[in-house]
Design a protein around this ligand. Sequence first.
Ligand SMILES: C[S@@+](CC[C@H](N)C(=O)[O-])C[C@H]1O[C@@H](n2cnc3c(N)ncnc32)[C@H](O)[C@@H]1O
Length: 274
Amino acid sequence: MAGQDEAVYPLGYTSVEADRLERQAAFLNDLTEDMLRRAGLRPGMRVLDIGCGMGDVSLLAARLVGPSGSVVGVDRDAEGLNRARAKAAAAELANVEFRRAELPEIGFDDKFDALIGRLVMIYFPDPAAGLRHLLSYVVPGGIVAFQEPDLSRAGTVPETPSMAEAVVRMNLVFERRGFHPRIGASLGQVFTAAGLAPSLLGTTRMEHGGSGFCPAWLAATIRSLAPAMVETKVATEAEIDCETLEQRVRREADEIGAMVLGPLMVGAWAVKPS
Ligand SMILES: C[S@@+](CC[C@H](N)C(=O)[O-])C[C@H]1O[C@@H](n2cnc3c(N)ncnc32)[C@H](O)[C@@H]1O
């Protein structure tokens, strides 16, 4: 049964959303790998990946730390963890395991050389307090590395109406559920408040015209968010019009040869002081 926190998670826990997360991961993984390498993730490390979802960041980390290292992926989503386990088995990665827990008080006895996460701090009621707590699982001198979005920075240049409207609604529904759609832009403050001195790097995907992945990604995200949007009175189903959104975004971008941008993904990393 869904707990209170699970009930407010705006993307929901459907198999359609699980598929979307995997497509999103495939689109973002090289940006995440670059950030993890810059952060200093290296062979032999023990890694904790929080909010691992379908396990894609955990698997990435498992490859980077190699057989002498190990990764524990944590999430509340039991179905997601099963998918993650199946992917690890198919990839013959024996150095990764997945555990179910509610963040941030996961109650593990283990200590880790690296704490990592992608698209998860956005859901912390108090991101600095959450990060401070999770630091207790990291050894002194260990690495902390997160990649979080500024969802307000998705859009087209020049602006086109359907994408602009969808991005505003996407930001609003996260805010109305008490989450932080612009957390990426605050990661410097969040890390500093947790006693860390971060390096920061923002990256995004850009596509010319409407034929790329971004319009499909946006429309699928809005589809997952639609029930929460209706519930929080961001928009009605008719206003959201999921069925036509992808095509509208593609057409409007093509009409003016716009550049389509995904959300700004901000990487922040630091070493835990000894
Ligand atoms: C957008 S997904 C990102 C998944 C993965 N990190 C990725 O980038 O592919 C966010 C994940 O965080 C998990 N999550 C959010 N808040 C959580 C909490 N309080 N406890 C446990 N898991 C949580 C969700 O269940 C979901 O799987």
